[in-house]
Write a protein that binds this ligand. Structure first.
Ligand SMILES: NC(=O)c1ccc[n+]([C@@H]2O[C@H](COP(=O)([O-])OP(=O)(O)OC[C@H]3O[C@@H](n4cnc5c(N)ncnc54)[C@H](OP(=O)(O)O)[C@@H]3O)[C@@H](O)[C@H]2O)c1
Length: 306
């Protein structure tokens, strides 16, 4: 298949491209800058210049594609409405492009905050009022009625591995700045995790095998207690670990406080059973213990993916 990939230069997209190429597919990767274009080309994909805010570029990228993997997202928490609007428009464009073809459209989503207190399953349907992205994912699923083999892949809130610049890397940066590795309350809040390479492998399986209107969980670990994450970061940085009261989370962790305080366990039992997916790469604490998060300069505490 010829697959158009948005977010091709990103953390997950740059692992998905080799997965697709190795399986014999052709990849056309969206790139909005020279740097991103060089990264996509270096992975062996064809480059399509454009942006999520440029619908013509999305239309021309999607034209002639047998399938689309939509991983691009404008991760700016000060522009959440705009980011969701671009995402919605992109999904509409892709739906029109693939309408009636039966081709796959795989759209990224998450599980953070979905079902506090119990593991979220692929069958759970979160309330669209929780976040505008949820309505976008639902719109993608509804494209099944228009002959699109649409699927949503919900990634764990931490897609980890060497080179990660997401939430865990930001936690490391905050611990460095504060001189203490914090967790919120008693640290029993759970974060699911998946290694980037396992996540990429699942995306490839979804592209090939997922039926129309299906939801999948890229979750290798159901929920790592946030206290264990903080302790591993403390060990890695040789810093003390301490509880941060919930009412001081925003002050201590900034924007990340609202996520780190969530209990977001999730399972992937259905995904594994149905698609034969089996995570094989290191677990989150193993990655932290390997030093991968501490041997590299920190990206700072101001940005991360969702
Ligand atoms: N990583 C995680 O832990 C995690 C967890 C849950 C859900 N997700 C979701 O999974 C998807 C992929 O995440 P990721 O970690 O790979 O994200 P990422 O590393 O931040 O990559 C984002 C990608 O989107 C592209 N992008 C951003 N704004 C764009 C724009 N205006 N026009 C065109 N491209 C644009 C970026 O291009 P540049 O390279 O040019 O910046 C990059 O390729 C996202 O939807 C994310 O929200 C990720």
């Amino acid at each position: 298949m010829r697959i158009f990939v948005t977010g091709a230069s990103g953390w997950i997209g740059s692992a998905v491209i080799p997965e697709l190429l190795d399986a014999g597919h052709q990849v056309l990767g969206l790139a909005r800058s020279d740097t991103s274009a060089a990264a996509v080309a270096a992975l062996g994909a064809e480059v399509h210049r454009g942006g999520l805010d440029d619908l013509d570029s999305l239309r021309s990228g999607a034209a002639g594609a047998d399938g689309i993997v939509h991983l691009g997202y404008h991760h700016d928490f000060s522009q959440m409405e705009l980011a969701a609007q671009w995402d919605r428009q992109a999904i509409e464009v892709f739906g029109n492009a693939l309408q009636g073809s039966g081709g796959p459209l795989v759209v990224a989503s998450g599980v953070a905050g979905m079902t506090p207190g119990r593991p979220a399953t692929e069958q759970d349907r979160p309330d669209p009022d929780q976040h505008p992205r949820i309505a976008n994912a639902n719109a993608a699923l509804e494209l099944a009625d228009r002959g699109v083999r649409s699927a949503v892949v919900r990634f764990a809130p931490t897609v980890h591995g060497p080179g990660d610049h997401g939430f865990v890397a930001v936690l490391v940066a905050i611990a460095r700045e504060r001189g203490v590795s914090g967790y919120i309350g008693d640290g029993s809040g759970r974060w699911p995790a998946v290694h980037r390479l396992d996540a990429a492998n699942l995306v490839r399986r979804i592209v090939v095998d997922a039926p129309a209107g299906s939801v999948w969980h890229a979750i290798a670990e159901e929920g790592v207690p946030t206290r264990e994450i903080a302790e591993a970061i403390g060990r890695g940085l040789d810093l003390p670990t301490a509880s941060v009261p919930a009412d001081q989370a925003a002050e201590h962790f900034g924007w990340l406080g609202q996520f780190f305080g969530m209990d977001s366990p999730a399972t992937s039992e259905f995904t594994r059973r149905t698609l034969g997916w089996q995570p094989t790469h290191p677990a989150l604490i193993d990655d932290l213990n390997s030093g991968a998060y501490f041997d590299v300069p920190s990206h700072g505490a101001e940005s991360a993916t969702g």
